[in-house]
Design a protein around this ligand. Structure first.
Ligand code: MG
Length: 159
């Protein structure tokens, strides 16, 4: 069996008055991610995990932030493109596991909506999509609410 595992990591700064979008879900908050795209730090980590499994580099290489066509883009569209690349290489996504790290707001009420959204974009059952959230106990940039980070792993299998 040809299994590949990939890991992704992303960070965005937070600023007042911006939209906060995580896993394609808009979350009510006073701050959002500063980014060229919609700043969906979780989806960016998932994209990098999938690309990493295929040793294809990262989303910065695929979707350069110098390209105006990606300005403000819905990151689920980027993930959709990455999923198509994975399929075009003859692989299916087995599962993904993502952890979002930010001090506020509490993300638990939104986790299942995020999983549903990802499940639809990835084209896999929701029980193969894990989203977790943690604070950093007020430590570091996440704890000071200066930024948010996300890590993800993905397992893919050749058909
Ligand atoms: Mg990013």
């Amino acid at each position: 069996m040809d299994l590949r595992v990939g890991h992704g990591f992303d960070v965005h700064a937070l600023a007042d008055g911006l939209r906060l979008v995580l896993c394609g879900v808009e979350i009510p908050h006073t701050k959002g991610c500063v980014a060229h795209s919609d700043g969906d730090v979780a989806i960016h980590a998932i994209c990098d995990a999938l690309l990493g499994a295929l040793a294809l580099g990262d989303i910065g290489k695929l979707f350069p932030d110098s390209d105006p066509k990606y300005k403000g883009i819905d990151s689920t569209k980027l993930l959709q493109e990455v999923v198509e690349i994975v399929r075009s290489k003859g692989f299916a996504i087995s599962n993904i596991d993502c952890t979002i790290s930010m001090q506020r707001p509490k993300l638990r009420p939104y986790i299942d909506t995020m999983r549903e959204r990802l499940s639809a974009v990835l084209g896999i059952d929701i029980d193969r999509v894990s989203v977790k959230a943690t604070t950093t106990e007020h430590l570091g940039f996440e704890g000071r609410e200066e930024g948010a980070s996300a890590t993800a792993v993905a397992l893919i299998i050749r058909h």
